[in-house]
Design a protein around this ligand. Structure first.
Ligand code: WT7
Length: 647
C-alpha cells in the first residue's frame, strides 16, 4: 500500500472490543439507514430526569438554522457523572491525582467526589450563583478543578475554564466576554517545578473586570497571597459552612453546560458554547468506543482541563462512564523525562492519551528513559491535538507500547466537543499518521476551494455535512459569528478549517489548518491574536505572523515586524517583543522567530500576502509564486535576504 506499513487489529482486541470491524460497519450502516434509532441509542446511554422524545432537529442552512439534540429531555450532568454510579461503584476511585513533583498523590472515590462536588455547589449557591450564571475557573490540575466544573453543572451554572498558562490580560478578556461575576482560582499553581502565580494573575486581571464580586481561592501551596476583603475567600473556609449534599438542578438538554474560549483566524477568541445532553452523550459514547473503555479501568488523558480535551476526556467522558480518571498536575519532563511512564507504573495506567508534541519531545531524549520503566499495564495509546508524523507514531508504538498497544489517533476540535474521526482499537487497521475513519454517524466530506464535492482518493478542505450531538451550538453572545465562521464558506456544511487527504481505503490524513490558525505544541493560536499583541508594543508599526514547521512543537511562530519610524532593529528589541507577547497572551504564545521587515508584501489593495510570508518562513523559497501583483515586489527580496534562521 502506498502509505507504508499497516498495523492489523490484534486478535485479542477484536475479541474484547465493544466494536469489532463488522460491528463498526453495521453501526455506520445503521446510522445511515435508521439515523433516528441510532442517535436515540446514543442519547439513551445517559440517565434522564425527563426522557427525550425528540432526537435530532438540525438545519445548517441560514434560513432555518438550528442545532438541537434530545431537545425535550431534562437531565443533570453531575448526576450522570457521579450519583448514578454511587450504588454500584461508590467506593471505586473516580479520580487519581498525581502532583507536580510526585511527592504526593491522592485518590477520590465516587462517593467522595460527589460529596466534594456538592460542597462546591453549595459554596457557589451561597455566593448567589444561579442557573445560567457564568463561573470562570482558573485553576491548576488538581481535583478541585473537576469538582468545581461538576458543581457548576449540578446547579446549572455555566463554567468557563481558562487554562492556567494564560496571562492576566487573556483571563480578563475571557471574564469580560462572558460577564462572569465569580472566579475560582488557587493561591498558586505548580508546574514542572515552577510556581504559577494564579491569584496574582487574577488580581491583575480583575483591575479591568469590575463585574467580578467574588473570588474563591483554593490553597494549593503554603504561600500566603494578598486577599481583597469582601471579595476573596478561601475555599477551605467556605466549605466548612456548607453541607455535603445538594439537589441537582434539572437541566434541559439544550441548556448551556460550558463556554470554552478558542482562537480563530480573525478577531478575539470565540466563546465556544456546548450544551448539556448532546455534549455529554457524545463525550461518553466516544470515550467508550475509541478507548474501548470499561468501568474501573485506569484512564489517563494528560491534557489540562483548560482545553477541550481535558473537559471531554479528563472529566466528562470518563466520569460519565464510571472511569478511574487520572489528573496530572505536572509536565512530561519533570523531574525527569521518565515521568509519564513512572506515573503509568505507579498508578497502573491502562489507557494513555497524550499529544504528539509530548511524544516528539520525549523521543528526542532517546529510548532509555522509557525503557527503564515497565509500562506493563498499558494496553492502549492515544494521540490528539495535531497531526502526528509517522516517525513519532512508530516510536510511540515500538518504544512506549512495546509493539503491543494499538494507537488511536483522534481527530476533533473544541467545536466538535469530542472525537469525530479515530481508529477503534478492535475494528480499524492502523496507518501511522492517519486518524483513519469517521466514527459511526459522522459525515466528513472533502471539497475544493469553490465548494465542489471531491470523491474518492483526493485532497481538499474538510467539512461535515451533518450534525452530531456534541457539536457546539453557538459562539457565546454572537450567534451571527457562529454561523458566519462555520457555515458560510460552504453553505449548508460545517467547515472545520482543516485540510485533509483521503486515501484509496477511505482513510483520512489531516494535513493541518487551511486558515490563519496555527497549532503550537497542540495549543491553538490565531495569528491575528499574536499580531494584535505585537502592534500593541510601542515600537511596532505593523506585524504579520505565520506558522512554520517545527520539529518538536509541530508549528513554530514566525513574526514579521515592521518598526515605527525612529525605532531600530536590535536583539534587545527582539527579546523585548518575545517577552511582550508572553505577557500579553501567555508563555506558550512566545514567538520563535522575529524578523524585522522594512515592508510587508501587500497587494495593491493593501492585503498582506500571507502565502508568500509562509513560504519564506518555511524556507521554501523556490515556490514563492507570482509576486508581480504586489504593490512593491521589491519587499520580497528584502524579506528573503534577511530571512531568520527558522529551525
Ligand atoms: C485542531 C483543533 C482535538 C482537541 C484538541 C485540539 C488539529 C486535532 C488532530 C489529529 C491532526 C488534529 C486540527 C483541528 N487536530 N486533532 N488527531 N490529527 N490534527 O482542539 O484546540 O480546538 O484544535 O487541532 O487542526 O482543527 P483545538
Amino acid at each position: 500500500m502506498s502509505d507504508g506499513e499497516v498495523f492489523p487489529v490484534p486478535e485479542e482486541w477484536a475479541k474484547r472490543a465493544h466494536m469489532d470491524a463488522a460491528a463498526y460497519e453495521a453501526a455506520c450502516r445503521r446510522a445511515d439507514e435508521d439515523p433516528e434509532g441510532f442517535w436515540r441509542e446514543v442519547g439513551e446511554r445517559l440517565d434522564w430526569i425527563t426522557p427525550f422524545t425528540q432526537v435530532k432537529d438540525v438545519s445548517f442552512n441560514r434560513e432555518d438554522f438550528r442545532i438541537r439534540w434530545y431537545a425535550d429531555g431534562a437531565l443533570n450532568v453531575s448526576v450522570n457523572c457521579l450519583d448514578r454510579h454511587i450504588e454500584t461503584r461508590g467506593d471505586q476511585v473516580a479520580i487519581i491525582w498525581e502532583s507536580d513533583d510526585g511527592q504526593v498523590s491522592d485518590k477520590l472515590t465516587y462517593r467522595q467526589l460527589l460529596a466534594e462536588t456538592c460542597r462546591w455547589a453549595n459554596v457557589l449557591k451561597a455566593k448567589g450563583v444561579k442557573k445560567g450564571d457564568r463561573v470562570t475557573i482558573y485553576l491548576p490540575m488538581i481535583p478541585a478543578a473537576a469538582a468545581a466544573m461538576l458543581a457548576c453543572a449540578r446547579i446549572g451554572a455555566v463554567h468557563s475554564v481558562v487554562f492556567g498558562g494564560f496571562s492576566p490580560d487573556s483571563l480578563a478578556g475571557r471574564i469580560q466576554d462572558c460577564d462572569s461575576r465569580i472566579v475560582i482560582t488557587a493561591n498558586e499553581g505548580l508546574r514542572g517545578g515552577k510556581v504559577v502565580p494564579l491569584k496574582a494573575n487574577v488580581d491583575e486581571a480583575l483591575k479591568t473586570c469590575p463585574g467580578v464580586t467574588d473570588v474563591i481561592v483554593v490553597r494549593r501551596t503554603q504561600t500566603e497571597v494578598p486577599m481583597t476583603p469582601g471579595r476573596d475567600e478561601y475555599y477551605g473556609d467556605l466549605k466548612k459552612t456548607v453541607p455535603d449534599t445538594c439537589d441537582p438542578e434539572p437541566m434541559n438538554a439544550e441548556d448551556p453546560l460550558f463556554i470554552l474560549y478558542t482562537s480563530g483566524s480573525t478577531g478575539k477568541p470565540k466563546g465556544v458554547l456546548h450544551t448539556t445532553g448532546g455534549y455529554l452523550a457524545w463525550a461518553a459514547y466516544t470515550h467508550e468506543l475509541v478507548f474501548d473503555y470499561r468501568p474501573g479501568e485506569v484512564f489517563w488523558c494528560t491534557a489540562d482541563v483548560g482545553w477541550v480535551t481535558g473537559h471531554s476526556y479528563v472529566v466528562y467522558g470518563p466520569l460519565a462512564n464510571a472511569a478511574t480518571s487520572l489528573i496530572f498536575e505536572g509536565v512530561p519532563n519533570y523531574p525527569t523525562s521518565s515521568r509519564f511512564w513512572e506515573v503509568c507504573d505507579k498508578h497502573k495506567v491502562e489507557i494513555f492519551y497524550t499529544a504528539p508534541t509530548a511524544i516528539r519531545a520525549l523521543m528526542r531524549e532517546g529510548e532509555e528513559p522509557v525503557r527503564r520503566t515497565s509500562r506493563s499495564t498499558i494496553r492502549l495509546l492515544g494521540t490528539v491535538g495535531e497531526p502526528i508524523n509517522p516517525e513519532a507514531w512508530l516510536w510511540y508504538h515500538r518504544v512506549v507500547g512495546e509493539g503491543r498497544c494499538p494507537i488511536v489517533d483522534t481527530w476533533w476540535q473544541t467545536e466538535t466537543g469530542a472525537c469525530l474521526m479515530s481508529p477503534l482499537p478492535g475494528a480499524t487497521p492502523l496507518k501511522p499518521g492517519s486518524c483513519t475513519r469517521p466514527l459511526p454517524g459522522v459525515k466528513p466530506q472533502l471539497v475544493d476551494a469553490e465548494g465542489k464535492v471531491l470523491d474518492g482518493a483526493t485532497s481538499g478542505n474538510l467539512c461535515l455535512t451533518d450534525s452530531w450531538p456534541g457539536q457546539m451550538r453557538t459562539v457565546y453572545g454572537d450567534h451571527e459569528r457562529f454561523i458566519v465562521t462555520y457555515f458560510t464558506t460552504y453553505p449548508g456544511k460545517y467547515f472545520t478549517g482543516d485540510g485533509a487527504r483521503r486515501d484509496e481505503d477511505g482513510y483520512y490524513w489531516i494535513t493541518g489548518r487551511v486558515d490563519d490558525v496555527i497549532n503550537v505544541s497542540g495549543h491553538r493560536l490565531g495569528t491575528a491574536e499574536i499580531e494584535s499583541a505585537l502592534v500593541g508594543h510601542e515600537a511596532v508599526a505593523e506585524a504579520a505572523v505565520v506558522g512554520y514547521p517545527h520539529e518538536i512543537k509541530g508549528q513554530g511562530i514566525y513574526c514579521y515586524v515592521t518598526l515605527k519610524v525612529g525605532e531600530h532593529p536590535s536583539e534587545a528589541l527582539q527579546a523585548d517583543l518575545r517577552g511582550w507577547v508572553r505577557r500579553e497572551i501567555g508563555p506558550f504564545a512566545a514567538p520563535d522567530v522575529i524578523q524585522f521587515a522594512p515592508g510587508l508584501p501587500k497587494t495593491r489593495s493593501g492585503k498582506i500576502m500571507r502565502r508568500i510570508l509562509r513560504k519564506i518562513a518555511e524556507d521554501d523559497l523556490g515556490n514563492l509564486g507570482d509576486t508581480s501583483t504586489l504593490a512593491d515586489p521589491a519587499v520580497v527580496d528584502d524579506l528573503v535576504a534577511h530571512r531568520a534562521g527558522a529551525s
